[in-house]
Write a new protein. Structure first.
Length: 164
């Protein structure tokens, strides 16, 4: 048995925009394919080049696609005893970027795709993201860290743009 302690860097930005405006800003950079349609296309690709074409067709301008969206605030809306606010967790990534990391450092699969958290709070709408490079800091593979830093840059630019 092995236990490893990780130090994770969290990137956060607050926005004066409305919650819906921030989500729309994120959606500009994150493709939102219908996963029921996409999965058979990915599985049916007969070559890696075909697989790449499928992915490139569905990612947004930040080179990401949404795998899942969780409405974490929904439960609060049902409970009259708690303060109600909106909070959404977006699980996004790019299978091509994940491949570049996982093929060299399989543990990267524990952190990719990434999570973007958006919530209402004091000071506006908050966007947060745990940096991939911080998860992989001790992996000892500079090529993987370069890919992770590039992914971090894409996500952080998107969050800044969405925040305005």
């Amino acid at each position: 048995m092995a236990i490893k302690t990780l130090t994770v860097e969290r990137f956060s930005v607050a926005s004066a925009r409305s919650f819906d405006e921030v989500l729309k800003g994120l959606e500009k950079g994150i493709g939102r394919p219908d996963m029921r349609e996409l999965r058979p296309k990915m599985e049916g690709a007969t070559s890696f080049a075909d697989f790449e074409k499928v992915i490139h067709a569905v990612v947004g301008s930040a080179d990401l696609m949404e795998f899942m969206r969780l409405d974490l605030g929904g439960a609060m809306q049902k409970d009259p005893s708690v303060k109600k606010f909106r909070v959404v967790r977006i699980i996004a990534g790019n299978p091509l970027i994940m491949k570049q990391m996982v093929e060299r450092v399989p543990d990267a699969g524990s952190y990719a795709p990434v999570t973007i958290l958006v919530y209402e709070g004091e000071g506006g709408v908050h966007l947060s993201y745990n940096r991939m490079a911080s998860y992989l800091a001790g992996c000892g593979d500079e090529a993987v860290l370069k890919v992770a830093r590039s992914l971090d840059g894409k996500v952080e630019r998107l969050l800044m743009e969405a925040a305005g």
